[in-house]
Design a protein around this ligand. Structure first.
Ligand code: NDP
Length: 401
């Protein structure tokens, strides 16, 4: 019998819990806890008390609160779908109770938009000694993009040399400006300096200053901007033959204009300011006035295309492949009432959890997705709503280094 505790009740969690609820063979008992109890209750009501056994309010910034909840529920696995700030307190609670852990985004300190795995990798020895496992970044990017890379390394290449992860949202939600996942986390990510890996070094660029116009499958040509993304850090560590690794995301002109204005007037800052006698963080205030990403789902049209271009050597010859998924916003809404960005993150979280629970992916320690056999994960992607394609390209759309 398996028992999971999901923490967080936002856009991504609502997809994961619905997907888990349909798979009693992996998830016998599901428990849900988050900061706002009413959101957990609404999900429990929608899914049914037979599948979501109980719901709780928890402040996951406090390891002691999470620990007490774990002691009460005794889950086999905690699925962390709250925010990156809560990764470490939840990992501490898992260590104290010897419980497995999974998340979809790396830890970030709240007062510093800094994206790196160092804090979570530092738990490796303690998790190993405790005989428990942490699976880091089981979303789409990071997550599926790491598994795509491992799949390419296993089946298509002797050595991988160039990696370009591309993330296109070709959808239209009809709002002037909105983010597709938590606005605070999203804006922290895209306003930081760009960073990519080349010939053993990390190189920096001004934020969103490097652009390529790329042709995305079933979407068309979209302006794509170089950004740092956390999976680059683990992929270059685990595939040391990589000479260059970059990440690209599409943004429309209207989105960038709004972002520039908001940045220009200080609304994206994470430095607290004094406002009517209290300290507020401008970005937190901005989050409060922007649409809730979950509310975009109804009427959202178009598709996403997220994938990985990989160039390397097979049998002495250079070749390039593209592995990708197209996900349709309206189809996601029809299936689980969510838009495609929540869906493409929530489904891989469910799959990672299923593989951990049935011990297909299980070893004590702290691991990134590419450190496991990609094949079972790739099979489950096809079965649970995120089918993928591999294209052998005549040439890479990216110029060599
Ligand atoms: P949401 O803001 O919609 O949901 C976050 C949830 O976490 C909310 O229910 C929120 O509670 C809860 N929460 C926040 N703080 C606490 C706390 N201290 N204690 C308990 N619960 C808390 O975000 P998303 O669903 O869009 O994103 C969830 C995660 O997925 C994020 O970490 C994000 O970075 C990650 N992500 C990963 C992607 C990938 O491909 N790997 C892509 C997209 C997202 P409340 O309702 O009270 O606000």
């Amino acid at each position: 019998m398996s028992r999971v505790l999901i923490i967080g009740a936002g856009g991504v969690a609502s997809v994961t819990i619905k997907k888990c609820a349909r798979l009693p063979e992996f998830f016998d008992e599901i428990y849900l806890a988050s900061r706002t109890l009413s959101k957990c209750e609404a999900l429990q009501q929608e899914i049914g008390e037979d599948r979501v056994k109980a719901v709780y309010a928890v402040d996951a910034d406090k390891a002691s609160e999470v620990e007490a909840l774990i002691v009460k529920i005794k889950p086999d696995l905690v699925i962390n779908l709250a925010l990156p700030y809560q990764d470490l307190p939840i990992m501490d609670a898992c260590l104290a109770t010897k419980t497995d852990y999974l998340d979809t985004a790396n830890y970030e300190p709240k007062d510093e938009a800094k994206f790196e795995y160092s804090w979570q990798w530092a738990y490796q020895e303690r998790f190993e000694k405790a005989g428990i496992m942490a699976l880091l970044g089981s979303g789409f990017d990071p997550g599926v993009t790491n598994v795509y890379t491992a799949y390419a390394a296993k089946h298509y290449f002797d050595e991988i040399h160039y990696l370009d992860i591309v993330d296109c949202n070709g959808g239209d939600h009809g709002q002037a400006f909105a983010t597709n996942f938590n606005p605070e986390i999203n804006i922290r990510e895209i306003t930081q300096r760009g960073r990519y890996y080349e010939n053993g070094e990390w190189k920096e660029t001004d934020p969103l200053s490097v652009r390529e116009d790329l042709d995305y499958q079933n979407i068309g040509v979209r302006a794509s901007y170089l950004m740092f993304h956390e999976e680059l850090e683990s992929l270059v560590k685990h595939f040391p033959t990589i000479k260059r690794a970059r990440f690209w995301m599409t943004f429309g002109e209207a989105y960038l204009t709004h972002l520039r204005v908001l940045e220009g007037i200080g609304m994206t800052s994470i430095e607290p300011i004094e406002f009517q006698g209290q300290q507020i963080v401008p970005l937190e205030f901005l989050k409060a006035v922007l649409p809730n990403p979950g509310s975009l789902a109804d009427g959202y049209t178009g598709k996403t295309c997220i994938g990985t271009y990989i160039t390397g050597i097979k049998d002495g010859k250079e070749k390039t492949i593209f592995i990708y998924n197209n996900c349709d916003h309206a189809a996601c809404f029809e299936e689980v009432g969510a838009q495609a960005v929540s869906y493409t993150t929530g489904v891989p979280a469910m799959i990672g959890a299923a593989l951990m629970l049935d011990k297909t992916w299980h070893k004590p320690g702290v691991w990134n997705m590419e450190q496991f056999d990609p094949d079972p994960f790739m099979t489950l992607l096809n079965e649970h709503g995120l089918p993928w394609q591999v294209i052998e390209c005549d040439e890479s759309p990216f110029k060599p280094a």
